[in-house]
Design a protein around this ligand. Structure first.
Ligand SMILES: Nc1ncnc2c1ncn2[C@@H]1O[C@H](COP(=O)(O)OP(=O)(O)OP(=O)(O)O)[C@@H](O)[C@H]1O
Length: 590
């Protein structure tokens, strides 16, 4: 920060005098006696605690000069209030007579031309000597002030050196400038240190919930932390032991510029023989209903019974299915998810059971293994089972009864060893009553039935929201009480999937700050309650909610596909597909 030349200093003082006139101040005015005391000054001091903490050692280093020259050194907040002062006791007494003391405000508006007020207005180092002061009462003073800035260039305060006019020294202004620069630099270092710590905390937070195996190692390559997924690969008792490497793992170093903190994270490389998926640790929530289902699922995971997962869309059925697979004895075998509603009826058998070479024209000439064969020895997750056609249901029933599959175009059946987890948002009893679902298949699938609670039935929405925010934004995003209240009032037709995308968008809109209700863009047209089992209505409502969310994201981001996809928590390709599928166009938005 350069000190303005003498000529410019004079100009600054001249302009300040004009402003003082303009404020209606008189040179002969009495000292204004509005001194902040008690709670009021305590609050300002507390607010600027960090500044005071860092300026204290700086002033201590200059103590010799300050006392010898009969001066006082001060720290002033950006509003002009003196918040900290050290120096010559004799001069301090004299200074107090004109309120050059803690609690007094020395902005230009209050005191007319003076070094503190001028440094705040002009944001450059300035000196105001003797009769350059506007108020006659301050003519006995010589003062030098220099501004302190934050990392974004914002004014954080002012350093001021004052003494009797006889103590005038050319060094005062240089010293004030050096002190303010030292303080500015210290604050920058402190901010960088904090950011680094936050980064590490975020890293740890995301590590805990990450389905990818992640490790922290110290300098000696000893494992200091590992998430659940990693422990499954390297063994539960691996913490504290040296990391010997594992198939497909790669290492990345993270350390600060002084190598004070030193970590390495291990990420699985391409093709690692590790299943990437959810585990029970990823199922967040403290709602008793959910915890009961989680406990049951953990027990059931170790058996080979078929599982039927019921619940509205977005309640975590796939999350449960993957967690059960990963906790089962089949966890090192494949987990294959099949969306039964997405397979055209004519292709169900070939998709599920595969086809033989030359089975039909246009098909892969070498034949193709179906989903069941791909999942052999592992788990197959049959999602949206309630949407399967009766023809497909008959074929599935045969597999369940005979434990064999027969590829299309083949006469030979192949034995399969598979664990089945099926899921649907439909009420299968109703489907059976109305002849759309086979009751014999239902009883085969229903080994253990788990109905997952919808979000509006859950008592832990605030906790879940905090978890999801942490997952996406680390520790930086928080919800205000009013925002939590708004979340609790909403019906959540899209359940946790919808909550997720609302939070991603809210964190984006809050721009790193506290998330308030205004950032939560909920679908106002969402019905207050959806009946489980009212399948067609649910499907429509969900579709409407999805369309509304996509439109909102597109408008918010000015049709920037990458940003909109990020807001919605989906990939860009999925977004393009949905825009086409729902015929969403710019014109429709007006
Ligand atoms: N308890 C939970 N904790 C954390 N995340 C959850 C929880 N339940 C669901 N989710 C998240 O919500 C989203 C939807 O979950 P999932 O796909 O498992 O639901 P679903 O019931 O299978 O939905 P659909 O029937 O539409 O396929 C996922 O991103 C999932 O990770």
């Amino acid at each position: 920060m350069s000190i303005p030349e003498e000529r410019n200093q004079n100009k600054l003082v001249e302009n300040s005098w004009k402003r003082s006139h303009h404020f209606g101040l008189k040179q002969t005015d009495a000292v204004d006696d509005q001194l902040l005391t008690g709670k009021l000054i305590d609050e300002i001091v507390k607010k600027n605690g960090m500044l005071i903490q860092h300026v204290t050692p700086i002033f201590a280093k200059m103590d010799h000069f300050i006392k010898q020259s009969g001066q006082v050194a001060m720290l002033i907040d950006p509003g002009g209030t003196i918040i900290y002062s050290v120096g010559d006791p004799d001069f301090s007494k004299r200074a107090a007579a004109v309120q050059l003391q803690v609690g007094a405000n020395w902005s230009e508006k209050r005191k007319g031309t003076n070094a503190i007020g001028l440094a705040i207005t002009e944001q450059v180092p300035v000196r105001v000597h003797a009769s350059e002061h506007y108020s006659q009462k301050n003519h006995f003073l010589t003062c030098a002030s220099s501004p302190v800035f934050g990392s974004a260039g914002q004014l954080l305060g002012v350093i001021n050196f004052s003494g009797k006019m006889e103590s005038y020294s050319d060094y005062s202004l240089a010293l004030a400038t050096m002190a303010s620069e030292a303080l500015t630099n210290q604050l920058l270092v402190e901010e960088a240190r904090k950011e680094h710590l936050i980064l590490l905390k975020e890293l740890e937070c995301s590590m805990k919930i990450n389905p990818m195996p992640l490790l922290s190692l110290d300098q000696e390559n000893i494992i200091v932390r590992a998430n659940h997924a990693a422990l499954r690969v390297i063994g539960k008792d691996a913490i504290g032991k040296p990391f010997a490497g594992a198939e497909g793992f790669s290492l990345e170093s993270i350390h600060d510029h002084r190598r004070m903190v030193w970590r390495s994270a291990a990420f699985p490389g391409q093709g690692a023989g590790v299943h990437r998926g959810y585990t029970f640790a990823d199922i967040a929530g403290s709602c008793p209903n959910l915890l009961q289902k989680k406990e049951l699922a953990q027990k059931a995971a170790l058996t080979d019974f078929p599982i039927l997962l019921l619940g509205e869309s977005g309640t975590g059925k796939e999350l449960f299915a993957q967690s059960m697979h990963n906790a089962s004895l089949r966890s090192h075998q494949p987990f294959i998810a099949v969306n039964c509603s997405a397979i055209p009826d004519s292709l169900v058998e070939s998709e599920l059971f595969g086809y033989e070479r030359g089975a039909f024209t246009g098909a892969n000439r070498e034949g193709n293994a179906g989903k069941f064969e791909a999942a052999n020895k592992g788990t197959i997750f049959l999602d949206e089972i309630g949407d399967m056609s009766l023809r497909a249901q008959a074929a599935l029933l045969r597999v369940l009864q005979e434990h064999t599959i027969t590829p299309v175009g083949s006469h030979k059946s192949k034995p399969i060893d598979i664990r089945i987890i099926a899921a649907t948002h439909r009420n299968l009893q109703t489907e059976i009553r109305e002849g759309r679902f086979r009751s014999d298949l239902y009883y085969r699938l229903k080994g253990i039935q788990l109905t997952l609670p919808s979000l509006r039935e859950r008592s832990d929405i605030a906790q879940l929201a905090a978890y999801l925010l942490c997952k996406h934004h680390g520790l930086s995003a928080h919800l205000s009480d009013a925002a939590v209240h708004k979340l609790k009032q909403y019906a959540w037709p899209g359940n946790i999937r919808e909550l997720n995308s609302v939070l991603v968008q809210a964190a984006f809109l809050a721009d790193g700050g506290m998330i308030g209700p205004e950032h939560l863009q909920l679908d106002v047209d969402a019905p207050a309650l959806l009946e489980t089992g009212a399948s067609d209505d649910s499907a429509h409502s969900l579709r409407d909610a999805e369309v509304a969310a996509i439109k909102k994201a597109l408008v918010t981001t000015g049709w920037n596909m990458s940003k909109a996809a990020h807001l919605l928590g989906i990939g860009r390709t999925t977004l393009y597909r949905k825009i086409e599928e729902y015929s969403i166009s710019m014109q429709a938005e007006g």
